[in-house]
Design a protein around this ligand. Sequence first.
Ligand code: KIV
Length: 267
Amino acid sequence: MSHITAPQLLQKKSLRQRICALTCYDATFAQLIDQHTAVDFVLVGDSLGMVIKGEPTTLNVDVNEIVYHTRAVSRSTKRVHVVADMPFLSYQINDEETLKNAGLLMKAGAHSVKLEGGVTIQNRVRRLVDVGIPVMGHIGLTPQSVHALGGFRVQGKTSVEKQRLLDDAFALQDAGAFAVVIECTPEDVAKEITEKLQIPTIGIGAGKYCDGQILVLYDFLDLNSEFRPKFVKQFFNGTAAIAGACQAYVDEVQQGTFPGPEHTYHF
Ligand code: KIV
């Protein structure tokens, strides 16, 4: 079986097939998603800074960390398309740094890379596309700009902001991006962008009219009961299920009922 490609993801828009994506950071989840679901692509997101490293933002992630997690995900998948995030300052400095860092991610097993921004990174995106690296854009709430945006807040609520989002989306499409993530915008803004673009839009907190959806794996599994944003549906009661299993283990160890004879080797 071969991996889903960037052109195949692009084609899903004209076929009116919805694209389903999740973030993924490790081999165990990658294999499970690859073999037992119909998820189209996994994103080795810089959200790993928050959900794996416990940082307050995604800013303190470097390209070697994404390389490490991309290798783990890529080794464990045969079918899904693997997108690797380009972290903060891995593409903002100059073309050379951008190409070098995107190359590291592709050599680690990614099939495409994702960059945040629109008009301001249009030429960078074009350079990557020119050397044969498929690029996914990311507009709206772009977490690497959290300080400039004044926090993790919905974008595109005024006509000026909406026009900026449209300009960004078209800049990415014109530069050759094969898809664009739209994060945290009003539903009608994402709908208008989706209707006007020829490349698929992948929404997160952007309503139901996008061509696809992506969620952070740990959020939709409810692994952090202190972080339940409005746009995430908890498809699994992870905190309760996993905490319950851990406590059952503690109880059995304390009571001396685990390990039982069936878990024990005998001479
Ligand atoms: O890093 C990430 O997980 C992302 C998604 C929120 C799209 O960029």
